[in-house]
Each structure stands twice: as structure tokens, then as C-alpha cells.
Design a protein around this ligand. Structure first.
Ligand code: NAD
Ligand code: LMR
Length: 342
């Protein structure tokens, strides 16, 4: 059921029952890049979670304003703000989950790779601080290009001797959220029932929705598969173009990230039924990092759902082989960046 339930009913359900003598979990979540387009609505959604006792907001600018505003919501989560590198360590100490949406977004005509020059350094510096202050936390990377920033984070953690591949996640939940929405619309299904695993990476053709594995089982015509796959792969660009220079997806991304944060917290809290697609260190293919469905537990990734990759259609098999060279190059670029700059 956890695969299908949407985030908002889950939050409401928990809020409604939160006064009924249930033991309340109390996790500390830090958002790095908290004053940005994603960071602000993500902060709001996390402030609504009964699983969170402390929400630490970090940014290089404007974060006091965001914390002042959020802190007036009458949910129990305590909100604290931290500005600039001198306050980063205090933001991170004791964090159970660190979410990183810091960095610049795309504009029309800008590729994911164009973001690398600025965002690679931002992610490297922030993950160094995570390694120093809360190396056991679940680390959730949102900053693009995700196919490179997750390998960057892994190399930094390795260099600091604290890399735990089970606890480093690239957040690809937005691809699943979009796939579920578009498939439900196309096939006139009840949204809450639809679940489409999305594998590969998080940029253009590296995003591969496995429509043949859609639940509930639903037949697709070849043209539908092609049309839906391309729409899901280009959905980020759809929003970038709609925003016409004002950035990329923020609200749907905050929704997707909040779902992944909530799943991480339920896993930490001992829920034995938590599954999400995410870009992680993986042995499912010959690539060192790969997005797939995983089971999450207290220690992070507990199992890879390898059955998703069995019995793929010819279309999916071909798309999988086509995405590998691009994904491999992006991963290698991330790894090389860390070795070049140290
Ligand atoms: P934004 O520009 O609105 O916000 C980014 C925030 O990061 C800003 O508040 C900025 O001050 C902050 N920041 C910059 N450098 C920092 C540093 N060194 N330390 C802390 N904070 C710093 O951008 P956004 O729309 O929120 O997007 C953020 C990132 O998320 C982009 O790279 C974007 O491409 C990516 N993104 C990823 C997904 C995904 O599915 N993984 C989806 C949407 C966007
Ligand atoms: C998205 O999928 O919306 C993000 O990765 C942002 C973008 O630039 O596409």
C-alpha cells in the first residue's frame, strides 16, 4: 500500500491521529539550499510531518525570512535557520536526514551538463560538511546534474572515509510522480492506484519509465509507449520552458522530495514496507550508479528490486542500452571532478 499511497493523505492521516497517545518519532531533518524555489515549499511540507521534531534550514542567503515565516505554522516541528559556511556545522550536527537542493536551476536552452560547473563545487563543499558533522545521516541529493552530483557526493564521502553507499540517494521521485500522473491521465486510471517504476538516471534519455511494469497491469499500444516515454523524459524541460527563464520545477519537486523524505523517515522508524525508486550505487547493471526501485530500511537501502529489470519489452531493452553510454559519461565526469579538485 505504501507504494501507492500519495503523500498528502498520509500526512493528513498522521496529523489527525497525532493526538491519540501514539508515540511520536522525532527526527531531525536539514535542508541545504532551503531558501530556494524547491527549498521553501519542501520546508513547508516537512514542517507538516509528525515524524520530524527539528527542521534545520541552511542557505547562503535569505534563510532567516523563510524560517520566521515557517515557524508560525502550528505544527510541533521546531524550525531553526543557519546562514553561511560558519553556521553549516551547527545546522548538520545530529541530523538524521540531509536534503540538498542547493545550486542553480536550468533555463530554456541550458542543458543539465551546463549546470555542472557551478553545482559540482556546491555539492562537493556541502557534502564535505555532511561528512564532518553527520556522516550517518541519509543524504538526499536533488541538485542537478544528478547523474554527476551523486557520484561527486560518493567520492567526497569516500575521501573522508565515511561513505556508506546504502545511505546516499539521488532523488528521482519526481520522475515516478510524473510517470504516475501521465499514465493515469492517458489510461483514465485512478491516480492513487498507479505506480510506474522509473530506472536509469535523471536527465533526458537516461530517464527510463518501465511502462510494462505499470501497476495496475494495463496494456499500452506502441505509439502510447513512445509518446509517454518521451513526455516523461522531457517533463523537466516542459516546466523549464513554461517558466521561460524563471527556473525549473519547484512545487512538484518539493512534493516529490517530501515523499522521499517521508519514506526515509518511515524506514528509519522501522516501517517494513517502504519502497522508492532512487539513483544509488548499484550492481543491477554494469554502471556503478543506477536508479531503480529499492526497499528502504533503518540502515538505508535494504534490497534492490531486481525483478523490475526482468522480462523487459524490446522497446525498454533498447532504451536501456541507449542510455548507458550517456549515464556512464556523466558518472565518470562527477568522479573525475572530485579527483581533479583535491
Ligand atoms: P533556486 O535557485 O531557486 O534555489 C537554489 C538555492 O540554493 C538558493 O536559495 C541558493 O541561495 C542556494 N545555494 C546556492 N549555493 C549554495 C551553497 N553553497 N550552500 C547553500 N545553498 C546554496 O533553484 P531550485 O529551483 O530550488 O533548484 C535547485 C536545484 O535542484 C537545481 O540544481 C535544479 O536543477 C535541481 N532540481 C532537481 C530536480 C530533481 O528531480 N532531482 C528537480 C528540480 C530541480
Ligand atoms: C526536473 O526534472 O524538473 C529537474 O531535473 C529540473 C530540470 O531542469 O529539468
Amino acid at each position: 500500500a505504501s507504494l501507492r499511497a500519495s503523500l498528502v493523505p498520509k500526512l493528513e492521516e498522521k496529523q489527525v491521529f497525532s493526538n491519540q497517545n501514539q508515540p511520536q518519532a522525532s527526527y531531525k531533518v536539514a535542508i541545504l539550499g532551503a531558501a530556494g524555489g524547491i527549498g521553501q515549499p519542501l520546508g513547508l511540507l516537512i514542517k507538516m510531518s509528525p515524524l520530524v521534531s527539528a527542521l534545520h534550514l541552511y542557505d547562503i542567503t535569505n534563510v532567516k525570512v523563510v524560517a520566521a515565516d515557517l515557524s508560525h505554522c502550528n505544527t510541533p516541528t521546531q524550525v531553526l535557520d543557519f546562514t553561511g559556511p560558519s553556521e553549516l556545522a551547527n545546522c548538520l550536527k545530529g541530523a538524521d536526514v540531509v536534503v540538498i537542493p542547493a545550486g542553480i536551476p536550468r533555463k530554456p536552452g541550458v542543458t543539465f551538463d551546463d549546470l555542472f560547473d557551478i553545482n559540482a563545487g556546491i555539492v562537493k563543499t556541502l557534502v564535505e560538511a555532511v561528512a564532518d558533522n553527520c556522516p550517518d545521516a541519509f543524504i538526499l541529493i536533488i541538485s542537478n546534474p544528478l547523474n554527476s552530483t551523486v557520484p561527486i557526493a560518493a567520492e567526497v564521502l569516500k575521501q573522508q572515509g565515511v561513505y556508506n553507499p546504502k545511505k546516499l540517494f539521488g532523488v528521482t521521485t519526481l520522475d515516478v510522480v510524473r510517470a504516475n500522473t501521465f499514465v493515469a491521465q492517458k489510461k483514465q486510471l485512478k491516480l492513487i492506484d498507479v505506480d510506474v517504476p522509473v530506472i536509469g538516471g535523471h536527465a533526458g534519455i537516461t530517464i527510463l519509465p518501465l511502462l510494462s511494469k505499470t501497476r495496475p497491469v494495463v496494456p499500452f499500444r506502441d505509439e502510447e509507449v513512445e509518446e509517454l516515454t518521451v513526455r516523461i523524459q522531457n517533463a523537466g524541460t516542459e516546466v523549464v520552458e513554461a517558466k521561460a527563464g524563471a527556473g525549473s520545477a519547484t512545487l512538484s519537486m518539493a512534493y516529490a522530495a517530501a515523499r522521499f523524505v517521508e519514506s526515509s523517515l518511515r524506514a528509519l522508524d522501522g516501517d517494513g514496507d517502504v519502497y522508492e525508486c532512487t539513483f544509488v550505487q548499484s550492481e543491477l547493471t554494469e554502471l556503478p550508479f543506477f536508479a531503480s526501485r529499492v526497499k528502504l530500511g533503518r540502515k538505508g537501502v535494504e534490497a534492490f528490486i531486481s525483478s523490475d529489470l526482468e522480462g523487459l519489452t524490446n522497446f525498454e531493452l533498447k532504451a536501456l542500452e541507449t542510455l548507458k553510454p550517456e549515464l556512464k559519461a556523466s558518472i565518470e565526469k562527477g568522479v573525475a571532478f572530485v579527483h581533479k579538485t583535491t
